[in-house]
Structure formats: structure tokens, C-alpha cells
Design a binder for this molecule. Structure first.
Ligand code: 5CA
Ligand code: ZN
Length: 387
């Protein structure tokens, strides 16, 4: 069972018999290294993937890379790099850091740049069905013409307007039919990259890129759309509204969101610069598994603050897990593994699953198989291992 933001309920993760369970998680905008907030989000969906596999169901996992967008182009102007070199460098770092954290890679990483023809095709379809209009030469989705907005976030319009302005939207642009209409396609501007399209040369808006990538790779109404809670609105609401406009179908069946990791009292974010990087911590000699345990010590839906005490506690926990798992004998593992599973099936309660491992370590027993059984379960379910 996993909490579904769109329905407000815990719901099972099921796929039709014989079919893989299809998950799309919004990927990075690659203009800076992976911070602990990103790590929390991708470790969370890694637990989801492990849990579905644990039920004997195969998983098809797709993640996008927003490899052309305003923040990336702005950063490239500052650093003097070509935007695509900056993106490639950061994508490589991201993949390396996620592998160190033992996050199972998606089956496909799909970039916006490589999907350009498909994205432009969707904009054209929206134009042809009368759902897109122009302001100057830019194209917008006519969202207010329908009542599709809010299916994921259920926010009131005044709250939407605040968040839309904060998160990449342009509510005040003159000529828009409604403040909340999202940009679909930005006509070419001097100095910006451009791609040819029937709607005119330019580059795509944010939401339509995820719609094109997710639905082409996984089909309409796939099983789970994931990301951090900062994506509930506008991003996931807009993805949902766009797929209703295109196909009359919901984007995904289940929407899951990870709470925000903060530093110095504020959400860790590239734009604010209050960051702790996965790669920097590892360079300081912090074991990647201790970083993973520091993340797993928080329920994925809570907002929490990254602290030095937190990572120190995780380092000592990892030390005692390693010692415990290298013992020759231990308490019989089955009941503890069952507790781990029950906790994870209960809306991914990783802190409670870790507590079950702690309790096994402090329980006495003479079972020769137990340390190996526990190590295998910790590896499969929590993704923690020293191999
Ligand atoms: N490229 C878009 C998604 S299509 C994007 O939001 N990129 S990102 O690089 O800004 O974020 C990547 C992922 O990390 C998103 O799922 C986002 O929700 C999540 N994320 C960003 N900051 C935090 C944070 N402080 N805590 C938890 N998750 C975060
Ligand atoms: Zn996305």
C-alpha cells in the first residue's frame, strides 16, 4: 500500500496479470550535482521498485532528464559552458552518485532533447484540437477551457496561482487567456537552442516534455508517476491536465510524492544554493550506505532537515549493522524479515523496517543461517549492502 496524492488514500500497487508494473519518476534538470533532496526522492522510488519486485511482479521504470530548460540555460550562461556539455557532465555525475547509493537504474533514461520531434508533435495535436493558442509566437495550453486542473493537487485556485509563479510559471504575461495556462512551446529567441516544429522553431515548455516521454515509453495511464512534493503543483497537475486534453485519459493511476529535505531551515534547492551534495559527502569519506541509511531514517512523506547528527547516527548504525551481519550466528531471521516487509508495505515505512534490523542485532540466537538471511533481505528490500 502506498499513499496516492490524487485520491488521498493508501492504495495497493498492482499491475494487470502478466504485465510489468510501469513507473515514471521525474528526473533531474542537470545543471548541478545531486544533492540529498534528489537522493531522498530516488532512493524512495528505489524502495518502491524493490517492493513491487518482492511481490514477484516485474517493473518497467522510466525516468526523464530535463536536458534543456530555463535553469540549465541560465547556469550555462554563468559558467560559460555549452548548455549541452554542462548537462552531460551533470548527468554522468548523477548516475555515478545514484549507483553508489545502490539505486537500481531505470530501464530507460530519456532526455527532452532526444524526444524533441515527439514533443513538437503533441503541441501540434493540441493546436489542431483547439486546445492551444498563441501569445506572440509562443504556444500555451488553454487549461481554463476545461476543468482538468487540480486532479492531483486538489488545491484552490489562489494557492495554485502562488505556486505557479514560484515554480516556473508566468501568470502575469499579458495576452494569456488564463493566468494558469502553461507554456507548451517557446518560439526561438536569439542565443537560445531551437528545434524545427510545425508550430514554429523553438523549444518545449516543461510539462509537455514529461507527458511525451512518459506516455510514449509506458503508454497512457501507466501505474505510477513519482517525484518530490514540489512537483505536485503545477507539474503533475499539468501533466494530468495535458493527457486529459490529448487522450481523455489520466496521466497515471497513482501519484506518489516525497517530502522535502531541508538544510538551514529551508528546502534544499539548487536555486537557493543551500545544498549538501552526495558526491561531496562521499569524498569526505562518508560511506554511501551510511548516506542511504540517513535517508531511510525518515518516512518518505515527511519534510525533514539534513543534519550532521543525522549522518553521524547513520554512520554508527551502518557500523553496527556490518558487525552484526558478519557474525557467525544470530537470532532466527524470519520474524524480523517479516517485520521489515510489513513496515514497507505500510506506505513504505523505512524507519520502522530499519528498527526491525536493529532489533535483530540486539536479539540473541544460535541460528547459523540468520546473518546471511538478514543480509539478503536488507539488500533486496532496503538496498543496503556492503558488496
Ligand atoms: N526535471 C524536473 C522534473 S521533470 C525537476 O524537478 N528536476 S530537479 O532536478 O529540480 O529535481 C529532481 C527531483 O528531485 C524531482 O523529483 C524533485 O521533486 C526532487 N527534489 C528536488 N529538491 C528536493 C528536496 N529538497 N527534497 C526532496 N526531493 C527533492
Ligand atoms: Zn517531470
Amino acid at each position: 500500500m502506498l499513499f496516492n496524492t490524487a485520491t488521498g488514500r493508501n492504495e495497493p500497487l498492482t499491475a494487470p496479470p502478466g504485465q510489468p508494473w510501469r513507473m515514471y519518476v521525474c528526473g533531474i534538470t542537470p545543471y548541478d550535482a545531486a544533492h540529498l533532496g534528489h537522493a531522498m526522492t530516488y532512493v524512495t522510488f528505489d524502495l518502491v521498485q524493490r517492493l513491487v519486485r518482492d511481490c514477484g511482479v516485474s517493473v518497467r521504470y522510466v525516468q526523464n532528464v530535463t536536458d534543456v530548460d530555463d535553469p540549465l540555460l541560465e547556469r550555462a550562461l554563468i559558467t560559460g559552458d555549452h548548455w549541452s556539455d554542462l548537462a552531460q557532465e551533470q548527468i554522468d555525475r548523477f548516475r555515478h552518485d545514484m549507483a553508489a547509493l545502490r539505486v537500481l537504474p531505470p530501464d530507460e533514461f530519456i532526455g527532452v532533447v532526444e524526444s524533441m520531434e515527439m514533443i513538437a508533435g503533441l503541441v501540434e495535436r493540441l493546436r489542431d484540437s483547439g486546445l492551444a493558442y498563441q501569445v506572440d509566437d509562443d504556444w500555451y495550453f488553454d487549461i481554463d477551457a476545461q476543468s482538468w486542473l487540480g486532479r492531483v493537487s486538489h488545491l484552490a485556485v489562489d494557492q495554485m496561482q502562488v505556486l505557479f509563479a514560484e515554480r516556473g510559471g508566468d501568470p502575469a504575461r499579458p495576452g494569456k487567456r488564463s493566468a494558469l495556462d502553461p507554456l507548451l512551446w517557446r518560439a526561438h529567441r536569439e542565443g537560445e537552442p531551437q528545434w524545427p516544429a510545425a508550430v514554429g522553431a523553438g523549444r518545449p515548455g516543461w510539462h509537455i516534455g514529461c507527458v511525451a516521454i512518459a506516455t510514449s515509453a509506458l503508454g497512457a495511464s501507466f501505474d505510477l508517476q513519482g517525484g518530490g512534493s514540489d512537483l505536485v503543483f503545477p507539474h503533475h497537475d499539468m501533466c494530468s491536465a495535458l493527457t486529459h486534453g490529448l487522450d481523455g485519459l489520466p496521466f497515471a493511476k497513482h501519484f506518489a510524492h516525497v517530502g522535502m529535505v531541508a538544510l538551514d531551515g529551508e528546502k534544499m534547492s539548487k536555486s537557493k544554493g543551500n545544498l549538501e551534495f552526495v558526491g561531496a559527502l562521499m569524498q569526505q569519506g562518508v560511506d554511501a550506505m551510511a548516506i542511504r541509511l540517513a535517508l531511510l531514517d525518515h518516512h518518505y512523506r515527511s519534510d525533514w532537515e539534513w543534519t550532521t547528527q543525522g549522518i553521524q547516527a547513520a554512520q554508527s548504525r551502518w557500523h553496527s549493522w556490518r558487525q552484526g551481519l558478519s557474525r557467525r550466528l544470530g537470532a532466527p531471521a524470519a520474524a524480523f524479515i517479516e517485520r521489515m516487509r510489513v513496515a514497507l508495505y505500510d506506505d513504505l515505512d523505512a524507519p520502522r523496517a530499519c528498527q526491525a534490523v536493529d532489533d535483530w542485532l540486539t536479539s540473541a540466537g544460535e541460528d547459523e543461517q540468520a546473518p546471511a538471511d538478514m543480509a539478503a533481505a536488507i539488500d533486496a528490500l532496503l538496498g543496503v549492502s556492503d558488496h
